[in-house]
Every structure is written in structure tokens, then in C-alpha cells.
Design a protein around this ligand. Structure first.
Ligand SMILES: Cc1ncc(COP(=O)(O)O)c(C=O)c1O
Length: 377
């Protein structure tokens, strides 16, 4: 009996559809990471972590937060983060994926409606599947459609709260959510969950995110990941004390998991300090975005641009996308192809991620290379 046949068949199917993934080593100039501000390599963060270690900070939390795993550095970091982002409280998780999953499986109750933007991250979809609330999606960025879905649900007898889940800056499209209109809808119907993963550190006043002006409301929860512009790993859920206390008491992925490493709290705290002390990082990144946009508009005017540091260049078919990615990589640029199921069928793309790990000259050169390779696909 071939116990592995089912898995081999699945992998063969992926291969035939040009969707087989494998782990490739890092190579080339970084146009693929989410280290937008270059903080993963920051000397200041490294020094902060090194000196905390020197002073005896343990590497591991050694338990869940409710048992032995609570540390002063984690609690201090959460308090500092809440002050920085403008929320009542903040609670740390090991990563953004688990934090999204945790919030969505814990807060929306039976009888509520979880209403997600159709392009929400996989972690939101998985949370929706595993959670208690009814689930619906609305067309990407379309508030009128979100309102229609709610109206239909209410007409069908829905009486609970509506939890509207969106990303402030979409991870694969680089566009932004209409947050104020969604907030108005949430004020009538329930709550707004804003995943700030790709906006934290980059957008909003001082890098506080695109939903900064909404933080502190009792019906807003934000997710700030530490693994993208902040250069570490982990995530913070920010919101009202009552909701944070509810998570501490009812959220199984929080209760039954080892707390994040205290080293990440040290790194995260230093990263927040850097955001405040070194605004040039955001300005430099904005310069990269404008330079790349100007070069692309001149060289490949037919390719639409997002206007943020995430620039999806939609090719369409999987194979062509991966061939183009390989050709760009062969020129020394680490640009990755993104295929379904990460993005909808037929919209495979190069996801150009602009970061301070590339120089302005690299950014311009990438546009030149794209112009050269684009028509040859
Ligand atoms: C929008 C969004 N939310 C959440 C996550 C997950 O965050 P993490 O990588 O910290 O688990 C990602 C990462 O890919 C993301 O793009």
C-alpha cells in the first residue's frame, strides 16, 4: 500500500498547473521581503537585543502567558505599543497569522456575522472557517456591496453584531481599504477589524498605521505585525481593555501556547523607538515608491501601479509569471511570482516589494530590466 500516493498525486497536480512551490535560497537584491524599512538588519535593534541577552534576558518565554510565560519586557512592550498606536490595550501573539486566526475564532460570537473583504489574507479565511459566526464576503474594497450583504443578512433574521474584517493595505495588491466608510458602517452594525500588517511602520502619522485615527474606539481592533516593517516577528492585537481581557480569558491560541520570545519584545520596542527617531526611513521608502512609479509609468505605461511599496505586476498565467520571475531573478533581482491560491485564478503576478534593502539605483535598474523582459514573455 502506498500511503503517500494521495500526497504525490496532489503535488503532481500542482506541478502540472505550474503551481508547485519549493523553498529557494535567498539570492539577489531584495525586492521580495516585507522588511520595508530595513529594520530586520538594523544595528540598533541588534544592539538592543544583544544587551538584553547580556543582562540575562532569557531566549524563551518558557510557558504560556497565563502560567510562567509572562515577562516584564512583554508587558512593557504591550503598554508602549498601545501608547504608540493609540489603543487602550495591546496583546502579543507569536505571529500575525495566529493573531488573526485567534481574534476571529474568539470575538465574533454565534449569531454574529463575520463580513470579510474578498481579498482578505488566508489567516482571516481560516479563522472564519473555524469560528462561530456566520461568514460572508464582500467585493474587494466595495462598501456599497458590504452594506448590501448586511442588509440581506438582517432581512434573513440576522440580529447579532457584524464584524467587518479588512486589511488597511492589501498584501498582494498594495491598495488601501476605504476605512472611514467602513467605520461608518461598523458604527451602525458592530465592529471593524483592521489588519495593518503591511501599513504598520510605513503609513499613518509616524508609521502608526492607516487606521491610527480610529484606534481607541471600543468597536475597532487593529492587528500590527512585527514581522514586516518592524523587522522582527510576532504581532500585537490592539483594542479596548475589555476585548483584550476577553482574549486573555477565552482565546485558545493565546491561552494554550508558549508566549512569544521576550527577545522579540525587546526588538519590537526598539523598532517602535526607531520609527520615532528615524523618520528618514519612511521618507526614503516613499522616495523609492515615487522613483519606481515614475520609471514604470515611462517604460511600461500599460502596467497599472498601486502607489504603495507593494507593486503587483499582473501577468495572468502561472507559467508565464514564473518564467518572467526567473528571468528577472537571473539579472540579480529577488522578485517573486505569486500564484493562486494566494491570489485569484488568472491573476498571477510579480509582487515587487520596495524596501530599504535596495538602493534607489537598484529600484531604477529593476524598472529597466522589467521593460526589457516584459514584451518578451
Ligand atoms: C495581511 C496579512 N496579515 C497577516 C499576515 C501574517 O502575519 P505573520 O507573517 O506575522 O504571521 C500576513 C503575512 O503574510 C499578511 O500579509
Amino acid at each position: 500500500m502506498d500511503r503517500l500516493a494521495v500526497y504525490r498525486r496532489d503535488l503532481d497536480g500542482l506541478q502540472a498547473a505550474a503551481r508547485l512551490r519549493s523553498l529557494a535560497p535567498r539570492a539577489g537584491i531584495d525586492f521580495a521581503s516585507n522588511d520595508y524599512l530595513g529594520l530586520a538588519q538594523s544595528e540598533r535593534v541588534r544592539r538592543a537585543v544583544a544587551s538584553a541577552l547580556q543582562e540575562g534576558l532569557p531566549v524563551g518565554a518558557a510557558g504560556s502567558r497565563l502560567l510562567r510565560g509572562n515577562t516584564d519586557v512583554q508587558a512593557d512592550f504591550e503598554a508602549a505599543a498601545a501608547r504608540f498606536f493609540g489603543s487602550e490595550g495591546a496583546l502579543g501573539f507569536g505571529g500575525g497569522y495566529v493573531a488573526n486566526f485567534a481574534v476571529i475564532t474568539t470575538l465574533p460570537q454565534r449569531g454574529d456575522l463575520l463580513l470579510m473583504d474578498a481579498l482578505s489574507h488566508a489567516s482571516t479565511h481560516e479563522g472564519a472557517r473555524a469560528g462561530r459566526a456566520q461568514v460572508a464576503t464582500f467585493r474587494h474594497g466595495n462598501v456599497a456591496h458590504a452594506r448590501d450583504v448586511i442588509t440581506t443578512w438582517r432581512r434573513g433574521g440576522g440580529t447579532g453584531s457584524v464584524w467587518i474584517a479588512v486589511e488597511s493595505l492589501y498584501s498582494m495588491d498594495g491598495d488601501v481599504a476605504p476605512l472611514d466608510d467602513l467605520m461608518a458602517l461598523a458604527d451602525q452594525e458592530g465592529f471593524l477589524l483592521v489588519d495593518e500588517a503591511h501599513a504598520t511602520g510605513v503609513f499613518g502619522p509616524g508609521g502608526r498605521g492607516l487606521a491610527h485615527h480610529l484606534e481607541g474606539r471600543d468597536n475597532v481592533l487593529t492587528l500590527h505585525t512585527l514581522g514586516k516593517a518592524l523587522g522582527g516577528s510576532g504581532a500585537l492585537v490592539c483594542g479596548a481593555h475589555c476585548l483584550i481581557d476577553f482574549l486573555i480569558n477565552r482565546c485558545r491560541p493565546f491561552i494554550f501556547a508558549t508566549a512569544p520570545s521576550p527577545l522579540m519584545a525587546v526588538a519590537g520596542r526598539e523598532a517602535l523607538a526607531i520609527l520615532q527617531d528615524e523618520p528618514w526611513r519612511r521618507e526614503d521608502l516613499a522616495g523609492h515608491v515615487s522613483a519606481f512609479g515614475a520609471e514604470m509609468a515611462r517604460r511600461l505605461p500599460q502596467v497599472p501601479l498601486s502607489g504603495s511599496q507593494i507593486v503587483p505586476l499582473i501577468v495572468g498565467p502561472n507559467l508565464q509569471t514564473m518564467e518572467l520571475a526567473a528571468a528577472v531573478q537571473a539579472r540579480g533581482f529577488d522578485v517573486r511570482g505569486i500564484r493562486p491560491p494566494t491570489v485569484p485564478e488568472g491573476t498571477s503576478r510579480l509582487r515587487v516589494s520596495l524596501t530599504l534593502n535596495a538602493s534607489r539605483a537598484d529600484v531604477v535598474r529593476l524598472a529597466e530590466v522589467l521593460e526589457e523582459l516584459w514584451p518578451n514573455m
